[in-house]
Ligand binder design. Structure first.
Ligand SMILES: [Zn+2]
Length: 305
């Protein structure tokens, strides 16, 4: 092994020290992973909600206030997904940097493609938890890419010395995601137009992207629990259209879905919509690998088409 020359050591010493990692809090594990994908070792990221929790309803634990108090950047899903729990945490953190509208607050929905934007005014008094369009937009890989880019832009402004590093991390993520999309498209190609029912309206970006047709929901409106009348109508419609797949997010009670499954012969498929929803789902790309694998296995099992 050759010893480093004095000249080499001098060059190494003159390389500017990497800036300290940016302290980031993300509201969900999906956004935390996208931040890690592009931020690498120049970010320190924690998420507030866990991937197995209903992101509309998260317990606002006081420990999160301390994390937010130290954060330099808060990445949120937006579209009022977190309205029930994030605003009080932000406020109580007393951290001016991450208040809504401040430089350290990033609403990830602003550059994403948002579906189901209401054409008439919907208020939360009506019980609908999607008043500003569908907030589950991360379930389209195209939106994952857009959000990753918005995070890179934000981090590059906060830590300009690391901008080239973030850009190269983004290029690598973009490439890996594009390769994965080819794989997913091939996997789903035989099932274009397959009819499914979902419990909550978590999946419009996912079903649009992968060519599935959602014909109904177990919830009468997003956030409204199933009612007997609605369930009877849904069963009739599923029989009429021969729907064999019923997707349920892991945090909903399975009683109604299972009775619908018994009546219609549909398979009740519990499918996690977030990173961390199952222990195998350790990152954003694995989320789609896992869910699409699960879905295709269920389609084959039921013989649905
Ligand atoms: Zn929702």
């Amino acid at each position: 092994m050759r010893l480093l020359s004095i000249a080499t050591l001098a060059v190494l010493a003159s390389v500017p020290r990497a800036s300290a990692a940016v302290n980031v809090v993300a509201s969900t594990e999906d956004l935390a992973d996208l931040t890690r994908q592009v931020g690498g070792d120049r970010v320190k990221v924690e998420s507030i909600s866990r991937g197995y929790q209903d992101p509309h309803f998260v317990e606002a634990k006081p420990s999160f206030i301390l994390k937010l108090a130290k954060a330099e950047l808060l990445v949120a899903v937006g579209r009022e997904l977190e309205i029930g729990w994030l605003p009080p945490l932000i406020q109580q953190s007393r951290n001016a940097r991450i208040q809504v509208g401040a430089d350290g607050y990033l609403d990830a929905s602003l550059t994403a493609k948002i579906l189901e934007i209401p054409t008439t005014q919907i208020t939360r008094a009506m019980g609908d938890v999607h008043p500003l369009g569908n907030p589950h937009y991360w379930l389209d890989p195209g939106n994952g890419r857009r959000v990753a880019k918005a995070i890179v832009d934000k981090l590059s402004r906060m830590a300009p010395a690391d901008a080239a590093y973030f850009a190269s991390r983004y290029a690598d993520f973009d490439k890996r995601l594009a390769e994965a999309e080819k794989r997913w498209d091939a996997l789903l190609a035989p099932y274009k137009g397959l009819k499914v029912v979902t419990y909550h309206r978590s999946w419009p970006n996912f079903t649009d992207r992968f060519g599935l047709d959602v014909i109904g929901y177990v919830e009468p409106r997003p956030g409204i629990p199933p009612s007997p009348g609605h369930t009877i109508d849904l069963i009739a419609e599923m029989k009429r259209q021969n729907v064999k797949i019923l997707l349920v997010e892991p945090y909903f009670d399975l009683k109604t879905p299972q009775s619908i499954g018994r009546e219609t012969g549909a398979k009740v498929l519990v499918m996690p919509p977030s990173v961390g929803g199952e222990k195998e789902i350790t990152d954003y790309i694995k989320l789609f690998d896992y869910d699409l694998g699960l879905l295709v296995a269920a389609i084959k099992e039921t013989g649905a088409k």
